[in-house]
Design a protein around this ligand. Sequence first.
Ligand code: ADP
Length: 328
Amino acid sequence: MTTPTTDLELVSVTKRYGATVAVDAINHTFRPGGYACLLGPSGCGKSSTLRMIAGHEAVSDGAILLGGSDISTLPPARRGTAMMFQNYALFPHLTVIDNVAFSLKMRGEDKASRLKKAGEMLDLVDLGTHTDRLPDQLSGGQQQRVALARALITRPQVLLLDEPLSALDPFLRIRMRGELRRLQRELGISFVHVTHGQDEALALADEIVVMNNAVIEQAGPAREVFNAPTTAFVARFIGGHNVIALPQGHFAIRTDAVGLTRSEPGQMQGNVTSVEYQGAHVAVLTRIAGDQDISALVPEDVFFSHPMNPGDQVGLIWEDTNLHKLTA
Ligand code: ADP
């Protein structure tokens, strides 16, 4: 099943709530048929952005284009988008299949046709055998699949997901993550997924859009954002990096690119302040001159061949090519 895909474009989109500027003139074109994550800390404007795309919140300024036409004033059901909510918002008194078929009923589609389509959608999310249950007879993960089927039945060009995994336990979250990715590939439509979890964004996204304080700090392919963060905020938020102030400026360096040696004159010196065993790696936190903390992620076999303890003096080494100059 493939649906034609079209560009979703945000043109200087602004959202104000009274005096609060929640989204400040952001511009972005989402890759058609891609999996995009809007990533950022709580309150940075992710949900407001998503709700404006969905049409659940009016745009204060700017435009939202889908396939070149301005959809920013259309009602949600006529935009070509569909939204899956964090709390699933299923109707408790309707069976699974009637929940999924609901929007087709609203459109006046006849019963046989809407039940057939709803059944196909439920097969797609592996719930074909649970069609007659009520939502409270399903697990959290199953309720989520119903919510997905219900959003997808309208054949949207863009599926919008607001923190879709946050209500699940960690084990199920990782499984559903894989399911979302599989569905997105199978359907070939664009997904825009809001999350504050960097691991979730890295695992899912073709493209990560990092937001902070109502603006987009950096957007690009997941590996590019992780390997070459452009600002100190992105380097810290995406995780796995140190931000270091050197005489030439501020730099990011991945924690797994920092090597530790026995302290030698002429090297950057650090004092080990903590050692944390993480299974495959050991995280060694050191403090260098100027009270800067630098973390080194050391493979466990390397660490245990020369174990270190808090209080030890060590030398810090890295390849200069692994330093990324930051703009802010
Ligand atoms: P995020 O999804 O990144 O957590 P939101 O888009 O929900 O961020 O919120 C961005 C900012 O807008 C926050 O300061 C939040 O308090 C404010 N905000 C969100 N919704 C409303 C609302 N309905 N009324 C007033 N302020 C709001």
